[in-house]
Ligand binder design. Structure first.
Ligand code: NI
Length: 252
């Protein structure tokens, strides 16, 4: 059975969530972890985790929320995490310089505040890093006891090895199936024990469905691609990545 370690499941994107959950089970995806990373999606993902056994959540403010949050946001976040047993991590949190660096200091502060929260609550972190690899690595090094997943990893083999050495797993999703993807070199040279599968749905739909709305049910396509690249049986990819996900997020 598979685990989608990172998706965004919301009524805004999917009319019928019962159907999505059903399709997941038919496709062999037994658990999904929703990343609640805006205030609305934090509250909605908690509700979904109460409704569905197979739904877990990680919660944290995405760097793009840096101007949306207020003084109370982090206290409220801590409170929600403490009061919900299906919260299995903090994230996605991190740095995003893709749209510019105007708010870089605010982003760094928000990132550090949430890393401290994860440390305090003894939870793994889910890291979003876009065009910010050096700052991400340097800040994570300030918290050497933390572990987690580098969500939607898209860097070089050298960067992958730095994260792995620091105790992080690589979140690999639909991008690995894209024709122009450079992830093959990374996947080939990295042990399966360092990889978890994710969709980031509704975004980043794997081939041959690229361009359509993504869903956790496509996780097997990601596993298949990884098995082709590494020339190993897809069941091995399934077994190892599921074990990795259960372990890092301590899923019951
Ligand atoms: Ni995401």
């Amino acid at each position: 059975m598979y685990i989608d370690t990172h998706c965004h499941l919301s009524k805004e994107d999917y009319d019928d969530i019962d159907l999505i959950i059903n399709d997941n089970i038919l496709a062999g995806v037994e658990k999904v972890i929703i990343s609640g990373c805006t205030r609305d999606s934090i509250l909605e993902s908690i509700e979904l985790s109460k409704k569905y056994d197979c739904v877990y959540v990680t919660l944290g403010y995405h760097p793009s929320e840096v101007n949306e949050i207020n003084d109370n946001s982090l206290l409220e976040l801590e409170d929600i995490i403490k009061n919900n047993s299906k919260v299995v991590g903090v994230g996605e949190i991190g740095l995003d310089y893709y749209y510019g660096k105007d708010d870089i200091d605010k982003q760094k502060k928000l990132f550090r505040d949430q890393l401290q929260l994860a440390e305090k609550l003894n939870l793994p972190v889910v890291i979003h890093s876009r065009d910010a690899v050096l700052d991400t690595i340097n800040i994570l090094k300030e918290y050497p006891t933390l572990r987690g997943v580098i969500h939607c990893f898209g860097g070089s083999l050298e960067t992958a090895n730095i994260y792995i050495k620091m105790g992080y797993l690589l979140g690999i999703g639909g991008v690995v199936t894209f024709k122009n993807s450079k992830l093959g070199e990374v996947i080939k040279n990295v042990d399966l024990s360092n990889i978890v599968l994710e969709t980031d749905s509704p975004y980043l739909t794997p081939e041959p469905f690229r361009g359509k709305k993504n869903s956790s049910k496509y996780i097997p396509l990601v596993a298949e691609k990884i098995s082709n690249i590494k020339n190993v049986d897809v069941f091995l990819v399934e077994e190892i990545t599921t074990n990795n996900a259960n372990k890092i997020f301590d899923l019951k």
